[in-house]
Design a protein around this ligand. Structure first.
Ligand code: NAD
Ligand code: ZN
Length: 379
């Protein structure tokens, strides 16, 4: 089969490799119908995530048709059209019982923090991903969701990560009716966080980025105000001036380690081995949010440490919440919003590529060329 193949930082290509097989009675094999590239894949592509091995296949946002099921799979049958949450989880461990599926204890036993993720390095279990014609789906009884017959595949594929992650980001903000919410990052996750903030009762939503085309899109898609951070001196002063001098009630990080750059190096003067050290957006969130406010973080930080202004967070009495999203927990609510016409996730899809053109797809999405917001691969 044809599959995306990682060759090293900034180098990916299509290769022919063996089709996956059922390895465990709980497995299914899925023929991929849609597969997205995510901002999280860019951290792998940029070489920021430890233990990303040459030869691996990325892809944790996909839909497909069930081709085969292992003997103990009960909830899926051959021919089902499914959306597959990016988390791989057992559904029964201590954490899954609490619906913390992204922290499942059984699928990635060597890790101390995160559970399993498709196509996301050996730090999340070393599973192959769905930027391929076929993919092995472990724990097939608990992850995949059969796509409702009235739902289009482009909406369905966005329910595997970007939309639920944006939703969870807003939910972790603990939004009260009328709150002012600032979302950093106008990528797919930030756009869905902004849209979800309204669904959860926000009174005002402000999105921060520097890409003019994404800010323009955010205004239309999420009816929000926008801030171009290039034109702002001090972010905290700017956001306080916009919010009666108090600061926003909630700040949400939908950027992650991409914004870290060499900030840590400039602070410490030390040439760090890890590329991403301190995170600009974490500073902006903590320093801008009002006293007693909430910072919600879904931006991904590959390297395990960052310089966070924790003293400021303590003195301001902040609540800080963060996690990888637990996609399955949100799906019933999110599908209902789609069916009720309150959101049309596929509006953010700007590009479609064949798997053969995977190198172009990564390059265009990574470099934010051609007004790219969300690329979808059609194997
Ligand atoms: P993306 O790369 O398309 O978007 C990121 C956006 O952030 C870009 O528009 C970029 O211009 C902007 N940006 C960069 N620096 C900024 C700054 N200092 N302030 C404001 N904006 C800035 O990525 P995406 O697909 O939207 O994903 C966003 C983040 O969410 C990534 O870190 C990704 O890994 C993470 N993510 C987390 C989860 C989770 O479960 N926690 C799931 C999916 C994605
Ligand atoms: Zn993703």
């Amino acid at each position: 089969m044809l599959a995306m193949n990682y060759r090293g930082p900034y180098r990916v290509r299509p290769v022919h490799k063996e089709e996956p097989e059922i390895e465990h009675p709980n497995d299914a094999i899925v023929r991929v119908t849609r597969s997205c590239i995510c901002g999280s894949d860019l951290h792998l592509y940029h070489g920021l995530v430890p233990d990303t091995r040459v030869g691996s296949t990325f892809g944790h946002e996909f839909t497909g048709i069930v081709e085969a099921v292992g003997p103990s799979v009960r909830n899926l049958k051959v021919g089902d059209s499914v959306l597959v949450p990016f988390n791989i989880f057992c559904g029964s461990c201590y954490f899954c019982q609490k619906e913390l599926y992204s922290n499942c204890h059984n699928v990635n036993p060597e890790a101390t923090a995160v559970g399993g993720i498709y196509g996301y390095s050996h730090t999340t279990g070393g599973y192959d991903g769905g930027q391929a014609e076929f993919v092995r789906v472990p724990m097939a009884d608990v992850g995949p969701t059969v796509i409702p017959s009235d739902m289009d595949l482009d909406d369905a594929v966005l329910c595997t990560d970007a939309y639920p992650t944006g939703y969870q980001a807003a939910e972790m903000g603990g939004i009260q009716e009328g709150d002012t919410v600032v979302v950093f990052g106008a990528g797919p996750v930030g756009l869905f966080a902004a849209k979800s903030a309204w669904l959860l009762g926000a009174g005002r939503v402000i999105v921060v980025d520097q890409l003019e085309y994404r800010l323009e899109f955010a205004k239309r898609f999420a009816q929000c105000e926008t801030v171009d951070f290039k034109s702002v001196g001090d972010m905290a002063i700017h956001l306080k001036a916009m919010t009666d001098g108090l600061g926003p009630d909630i700040c949400i990080d939908c950027v992650g380690c991409e914004a870290a750059g060499n900030f840590a190096q400039s602070l410490t003067g030390i040439k760090l081995k890890l590329q991403a050290g301190a995170a600009t957006v974490l500073h902006w969130c903590i320093n801008s949010v009002r006293k007693g406010g909430t910072v919600s973080i879904v931006g991904v930080y590959g390297p395990t440490f960052n310089f966070v202004p924790i003293g400021n967070a303590i003195n301001k009495g902040l609540t800080m919440r963060m996690n990888q999203a637990s996609v399955k927990r949100h799906l019933p609510r999110l599908i209902e919003h789609i069916q009720a016409g309150r959101i049309k996730p596929s509006e953010i899809i700007t590009h479609r590529f064949r798997l053969e053109d995977i190198a172009d797809a990564y390059h265009i999405f990574s470099s934010k060329l051609d007004n790219c917001i969300k690329p979808v691969l059609l194997p």
